[in-house]
Design a protein around this ligand. Structure first.
Ligand code: GAR
Length: 201
């Protein structure tokens, strides 16, 4: 059984979708820890609601990104985490941290990468005028939203779309996709060669 940690800065709807999928037995792993860099993050409450250990790590208590990431690293190692899941974690991770967990950190991004990386992926796609966008689960490498892609789901952009309506449908896709990607990892079904992630079932 793989140990999973979820890092989240905000609402935590992906965290909750993952926890519910785990509880339904759809993920071959268990969430052992949730960490946030925001004291107010609803994600922390959601984790506690599912009896998951939830930790607030304040960036204010550390002098540099490296020091913060060292504290993060220490917590994850102490809990013997096999997979680090970023679910709306809005901090950049240092190279040192990313190299400490090679192909063991996943992220979800609200666009079909490599289109619209970075902040506001939903708004970027809407403003660009694309007719199809979606979400991407990928391994984290040292670039910005650039690691090997594990799964993607397309979401059409409809007439009179607003950021809110598009975001809602992308969220629904994210909640379906992320638990599937995590389960594939936990069952050892993912293999990365170069940029390509192969799925064995
Ligand atoms: C998700 O839509 C995720 O794709 C996005 O933050 C949201 C978090 O929502 N992540 C990024 O934009 C990363 N660049 P949640 O807190 O409800 O899970």
């Amino acid at each position: 059984m793989k140990n999973i940690a979820v890092l989240a800065s905000g609402v935590g709807s992906n965290l909750e979708a993952i926890l519910e999928a785990v509880e339904r037995g759809e993920v071959a792993g268990r969430v052992v820890l949730a960490i946030s860099d925001q004291v107010e993050a609803a994600a922390l409450e959601k984790a506690r609601g599912h009896r998951i250990k939830a930790l607030f790590l304040s960036p204010k208590n550390y002098n540099s990104r490296e020091e913060y990431d060292q504290a993060l690293f220490d917590q994850l190692k102490k809990t013997q985490v096999d997979l680090v899941v970023l679910a709306g974690f809005m901090r950049l991770l240092s190279t040192y941290f990313i190299r400490s967990f090679p192909l063991q950190i996943m992220n979800i991004h609200p666009s079909l990468l490599p289109a619209f990386p970075g902040l506001d992926g939903v708004e970027q796609a809407l403003n660009y005028g694309v007719k199809v966008t979606g979400c991407t689960v990928h391994f984290v490498d040292e670039g910005l939203d650039s690691g090997p892609i594990i799964l993607q789901e397309a979401v059409p952009v409809i007439q009179n779309e607003t950021i809110m309506t598009l975001q809602q449908r992308i969220h629904a896709a994210e909640h379906r996709l992320y638990p599937i990607a995590i389960d594939l990892f936990c069952r050892g079904k993912l293999q990365v060669e170069g940029r390509r992630c192969f799925i064995f079932d």
